[in-house]
Design a protein around this ligand. Structure first.
Ligand code: BG6
Length: 476
């Protein structure tokens, strides 16, 4: 019997452009929604689109402007990734580096050059690039002039972006993800999709227009990727985490089923190629119309993804009982608290077995290879007397998750391509904008207010992950 992870298992780490690059106005880069999201109490209302925010102001600090300045440190950072033995590195392309406004005819060469150098640097060390085409970002110009993704023309601009990328990086990049956590449209519409609501409009209706356009754009990207290079592998990406019923009461079980369906809706379309029956019926009941045009259904059906990628931080809990209202924090959206689980300092509940459960659900449902592209623990790291970060808590979290991931592969037969931990190097938190919520194996000297030398140093977990990779997941 075959044991353990496949020989070519892609162990790696993940980041996103706006959370690590900085250099927001360098190399001809344009402004994006993710740039103008500040740290502090206004962040929540801005992320969720309740507060219009399309520029900087003096009252706020904007962590993405400089982030960890990977724009200038990428060679040093990639050398550290290589030392750790990473087989793959997941990063995202800032749309506004390639098309600063989004609607230009020709791409910005300086932006392409930046990613080309980064990719060449990875290839120098035999690190496989795994590229997220859009990790939450959208050019501000497209929001202001076109209304963002609510406008079907934006699908054409996205097609222009991906066509440039697939051609330029042909033969160098094989793995592509179309949209990071596409289901965030429903929960964080501004940060997740650059969506700004207009006075008095039906927000649910708008969200599903945006969803339809992103789903079309994703299918087009898959089509073009395969046309440009049949070797290309395209994945969808969902913020996963199974919903458990709070009790065996059938009403709770039904609630959990509906919550799971809401989450799986996007991947159902991207992977199975059609709107699922439950969604069509529900949207119809709610009076929400999907702006189907001629050819859309065929496009979605013919260009489904090659693999299913997802982030997993925690499971979630559903209750049909309005009196059950003790909530817990989670990846952008809160859920009912699970009394059986511990939580991180940010209240995200820790559920390694839920990881195995989620993987089984996804594999059963789609029967396509999976790729875990985010998993990790956000924690405060305090240097000890010698200045070292002894992050046993992080090692512990990851160890438990790698163990259940291995069970999913070995015992349940899940076909798994790879695993990239979130925030392989410390970066800005998407949810809170903090630097002190750290995920990395590599510490970056920078604080919430933007102070620090930006110096990089290895945490204890650096050597631990190196040994995990060296042993292909045997030595935990
Ligand atoms: C996912 C995102 O939602 O979770 C990442 O894809 C994000 O961008 C990660 O950073 C962790 O969330 P947070 O809020 O702790 O940064």
């Amino acid at each position: 019997m075959e044991m353990g992870f496949r020989d070519d298992f892609l162990w790696g780490g993940a980041t996103a452009a706006n959370q690590c690059e900085g250099g927001y106005d360098e190399g001809g880069r344009g402004l994006a929604n993710v740039d103008v999201v500040p740290i502090g109490e206004d962040r929540g209302p801005i992320i969720t689109g309740q507060m219009k925010h399309l520029d900087f102001d003096d009252a706020h600090f904007y962590p993405a402007k400089k982030a960890i300045d990977m724009y200038h440190h990428f060679k040093e950072d990639i050398a550290l990734f290589a030392e750790m033995g990473l087989k793959t590195y997941r990063f995202s392309i800032a749309w506004t580096r390639i098309f600063p406004k989004g609607d230009e005819q020709e791409p910005n060469e300086a932006g392409l050059k930046f990613y080309e150098e980064l990719i060449d640097e990875l290839l120098k060390y035999d690190i496989e690039p795994l590229v997220t085409i859009t990790h939450f970002d959208m050019p501000i110009h497209l929001i202001q002039e076109y209304g963002g993704w609510r406008n079907r023309e934006v699908v054409d601009f996205y097609e222009r972006l991906v066509t440039v990328l697939f051609n330029r990086f042909k033969g160098k990049v094989k793995y592509w993800l179309t949209f990071n956590e596409i289901n965030m449209i429903l929960h964080a519409p501004f940060m997740g999709a650059g969506l700004v609501f207009e006075e008095g409009e039906n927000q649910e209706q708008v969200k599903y227009i945006v969803a339809h356009h992103e789903l079309l754009a994703s299918a087009i990207a898959t089509k073009v990727a395969h046309e440009v290079d049949p070797e290309n592998m395209v994945g969808c990406m969902i913020a996963a985490g199974q919903y458990y019923p709070n009790t065996p009461n059938p009403a709770d079980v039904r609630q959990a089923q509906m919550d799971n369906q809401e989450n799986y809706f996007f991947i159902d379309v991207q992977s199975r190629g059609e709107y699922p029956a439950y969604a069509l019926k529900q949207l119809e009941r709610e009076g929400i119309e999907i702006p189907f045009e001629e050819g859309d259904k065929e496009l979605l059906k013919e260009h489904t993804v090659d693999f299913i990628s997802f982030s997993y931080y925690s499971s979630r809990v559903s209750s049909a009982d309005p009196k059950v209202n003790e909530k817990t924090e989670g990846n952008i959206f809160a859920s009912v608290k699970n009394p059986y689980l511990e939580a991180s300092e940010w209240g995200w509940q820790i559920d390694p077995l839920g990881f195995r459960i989620t993987m089984n659900e996804l594999y059963d449902r789609y029967q396509k290879p999976l790729f875990v592209v985010e998993n990790g623990l956000g924690a405060i790291d305090t240097p000890d007397a010698d200045g070292n970060i002894v992050d046993d808590y992080r090692i512990d979290y990851l160890k438990q998750h790698v163990e259940t991931m291995k069970e999913a592969v070995e015992l349940d037969g899940v076909d798994l391509l790879g695993y990239t931990t979130w925030g392989v190097i410390d970066l800005v938190s998407a949810g809170t904008g903090e630097m002190k919520k750290r995920y990395g194996f590599i510490y970056v000297d920078r604080d919430n207010e933007g102070n620090g030398t930006l110096a990089r140093s290895k945490k204890k977990s650096f050597d631990w992950y190196k040994q995990v990779i060296e042993s292909n997941g045997e030595d935990l």
